[in-house]
Design a protein around this ligand. Sequence first.
Ligand code: SIN
Length: 278
Amino acid sequence: MAYETIQVNPVTPTIGAEIAGIDLRRPLGNQQFKEVHDALMAHQVLFFRDQDLTLDEHKAFGRLFGELAIHPNAAAPEGHPEILPIHADANSKRISGERWHSDVSCDPEPPMGSILNLKTIPPMGGDTIFASMYAAYDALSAPMKAFLGQLTAIHDGGPNYSRTNRLQGIQSNKVFPHAEHPLIRTHPITGRQAIFVNPVFTVGIKDLPEDEAKAILEFLYEHCNKPHWQVRFRWAPNSVAFWDNRCVQHIAMWDYFPNVRSGFRVTVKGDRPFYRPH
Ligand code: SIN
């Protein structure tokens, strides 16, 4: 693909590209917006350097791609309900995203994308690893693709959010989102198929007994987490990562305790997942 207004430097042939020649603090022109969107569709996760965004600039960039979501279980900074603080320090009992997941996949309309701008980076560690669920799907055999294509997965925010609240000593009777999604989802823009289950939110497979569902999910989690379709991002202060939750899973490494790692995320709303066989 030819880009005229940005430089797109793929990090691996499968997933991830560094984008240069753009200032996310300023409004993007139509062509630059289109090229960032095209690059996201092609590479699934984009990395930007030296983007010292204010919360308003961060939200404005996110809004170019859709309405912003409010996280179902997080305290936002005053006046910015759409901002999700991502913060860990010596007092943390947990961090956000420390197991493989696609953001808030328990929502009936899970977010299309997430945009994270980290401000404070530990002296070492704190990387985020992203995995292409297109590539994980493509590597399956034809009979396995056909079998999985018939299945519906059950996603529930309750177990994960209740656990994280308990770890932080937060008492809450909140009811968290719950949804059923096709286990294989068709990307609404690229038309590619992606595996759409993850160990944080998927709690079962519809119409399958628990032991069968468990065996299939365990196989898929091991398969999805293979290094062959991963890219590992080393953050610097003011880096931005923008990932497409419809085809990417990610995990944040908590290998820097007791150091501080801190920044902000916005999450762009998405559509109800569907599966269209090819
Ligand atoms: C998340 O959005 O899951 C957190 C990712 C990160 O902190 O690297």
